[in-house]
Structure formats: structure tokens, C-alpha cells
Design a protein around this ligand. Sequence first.
Ligand SMILES: Cc1ncc(COP(=O)(O)O)c(C=O)c1O
Length: 431
Amino acid sequence: MTASSTSTNRASRPQPSLAQVDPEVFAAIRHEEQRQSSVLEMIPSENYASRAVIEAVGSVLTNKYAEGYAGARYYHGNEFIDEVERLAIDRAKALFGAEHANVQPHSGAQANMAVYLGLLQPGDRVLGMQLDAGGHLTHGSPVNASAKLYRFAAYGVDRETEVIDYDAMLETARQHEPKVIVVGATAYPRQFDFERARQVADAVGSLLMADMAHIAGLVAGGVHPSPVGHAQVITTSTHKTLRGPRGGMILCDRPFARRVDRGVFPGTQGGPLMHVIAGKAVMLHEAATEEFRQHARQIVANAKALAEALLSAGLRLVSGGTETHLVLVDVRGLGLSGQEAADALERAGVVVNKNTIPYDPLPPTQGSGVRMGTPAITSRGMGEAEMRRVGEMIGRVLRAPSDAKVAERTRAEVRALCEAFPAPGIPERGD
Ligand SMILES: Cc1ncc(COP(=O)(O)O)c(C=O)c1O
């Protein structure tokens, strides 16, 4: 046998499967599939990516180094990689009507840090949303690199209405004189007024950056006003309401394109995750359909139905309700912390997350609220009738958080509901 025929034989031998190579990881993935299928996934930043997106992310594109941008790479062999990245960029620009798109950020947080690096100098002033009012860690939390590198001040929500007070934002902006104002949040149930925010930014000679990580799918689906045309730079995650792979993306007006691109690479990242960028391209294709627009409308209709059901169950909602995909429940009146409430709900098969509420007396590790959203359960095909049932279940569990019988009965109801509405992207297995 020649050396070459030996190597051919070796190459053509079937490769062992994941189950054979690593039964432990294989089992954990199977268990996670079962968990995701059988619970009400109501963390508002989570969703079920489609089978097509998962297929792209699981492709051989993971093998390729592609530092740089399409047509200007540091490595060879990027013909098809360029094709994928260009498709993603063109689709992002078309979907949101943006002048420029960068699809390389590894995540929403990376996107934010890349923009700061591209637009600011260390020590520059920035204005972001107060953390307990719903702002993200990358909007100036003291424990985050954003606050270590730049001087952040914060605007919040009105104590009474729990809605952003743009006049107060302007006042804070006048005092702080930021170079960039960041508008966007991780736990804010109301729509953002990007037009008003731009007026504030213009009044103090600042740039407006919109972080639409949570609402990007709603913007794409036409059920939340778009920041495009108001914010000069826009960042997002791609795995939340957009229902893509885990990742980030930046849109901006043309004059900022070079600084933004350089902020991503070489500023904060090395080789792009091309398999994930392929998944983003597929997601952008899916998000441009009428079916997705209908889905986005249903997310908001479901959130409103859920809010009504929770209010009927006697719960207090921050700002009194929702205009988006999420509600924030203040659980103090039930004698619970957010942690205790989220634990009780998880025992019943309803997965939410603890969260601070505006002016929260508790630290983020406990929080006085729970944040819950409708994107993932809407992806399962549930509608307003199911939301009314879910709201009733949540009220029931939160009123009897340590009652094992209530948890058990609710868990069974949740399981039945999940069986009636299978999660997309998760193969049905006979085993
Ligand atoms: C408003 C906002 N910005 C940025 C991020 C960070 O996104 P990622 O988790 O993709 O880094 C989040 C995540 O929850 C967010 O809510």
C-alpha cells in the first residue's frame, strides 16, 4: 500500500459522531434540548433560532480565518467568506435602511465597546441609562470596562411614571456635556423616543448612539420606531428579538463607517466568527419576510395580553404595562425578592430572570423585580389566549411560592402547553 492510498483511506473513514467522541457534552446538549422544549422560556433576551440559522452556525465556516473585511483580508482563501459577509451586510442595510453595517461584533457588548473605542478617547464623557432603570452593564456600570475607560453619567426614569423623562435627560446632558448619549436598555417596557433623544443630543453637541439589542426584532418588524435616521450609530445583539445566532452588529451613518469598522477590527476583535456571520445572514433573510413582521406584531400583542393577565392577577408592573416585548413585575408587594420569585417560577417550569426595578432598594444580585418577555413563546406559535393562561399561572405561583402542589400542577400545565406548541429549531427526537 502506498503512502498516498493510506492517507486517502484515513481521510475517507467515517468520522466518529459527537455522541461517540464526547458522550458527556453530547448528553448535556440533549438535556438542554429537552429543557428548552419543555419550559416556558420567558427571559426576554432569549429566543429559538431557526433550524436554518443553527445549520449555518454549525457549518465549516468555523474553520476559516478572515481578519479584515471583505476584499481586504489578512489571509487567503476568503472568496466564499467574502460572499457570506457581503450578503449579511447588504441584508442588514436593506432591512434597517442603514447606510453602513458591520456584522462582525462577537456580541452586543463587544459592539458597544467597539463603538466607544471608535468614537471616543479614554476619559471622554458619555451619558447612558441608569442601571436600575434598565440600562446595560456596558452603559457605564462601575464594574464594566465602559466606566473604567470613559466618564459616564446616567439619566433615569421618572419616579412616578417610571418612563424616561427626556427633559431630565437634557438637563443631565447639559451638566455633563457628553460626547455620546446612549439610548437603549435591557429592562425597559416602553418605547424609546429616538427623535426626542436626538434633539437632546443635538442640543448639547453630542452624538446619539442607540443600543437596540432588545428591540431590534421589533424595529425590523415595524412595531417599534426605528432609531435609523435619528441615532448616528446603532448597536444590537442578534440573538434576542431578531432570533438569530448569538452575536452583535453595528449600523451607522456613512461618515462614521471607518471609525466604527476600525473600532471592531483591529480595535477590539481578531478573526470574525464567520459561521456566526453566516447565521446572521440567514437571520436577516428571515427577518425581511412578511411572516416575521406578523411575528413581531404578535410578540407585542402577546406582551400586552400577558401584562393584562398579570394586572388581573393583582401584580404591579413597572410603568403600569408594556409597549414592547417585555414586562417588569415589581414583586415587593408579594413579600418576595426577584431572586425568590424567579426561583419559584422556575420550579413551575416558567423561566424568567430576577431584575432590578427603578430606584430599587435591593442589589442586582437579588432585585425587587422579575423580567419576563414573549419573544421565545411567540416563536413557538403561542397567541393571546395562551398568554392569558400563562399570566394566570404566574400569578398563582407568585402568590404561593413555596407550595409544592401549586408548582407541580403548574409544571404539568406548562408541559402540556409546550407539547402543543413545539419549539422551532429543536429536532423532535424519538429517544
Ligand atoms: C441593551 C443591551 N445592550 C447590550 C447587551 C449585551 O449583549 P450581549 O449579551 O450580546 O453581549 C444586552 C444584553 O442583554 C442588552 O440588553
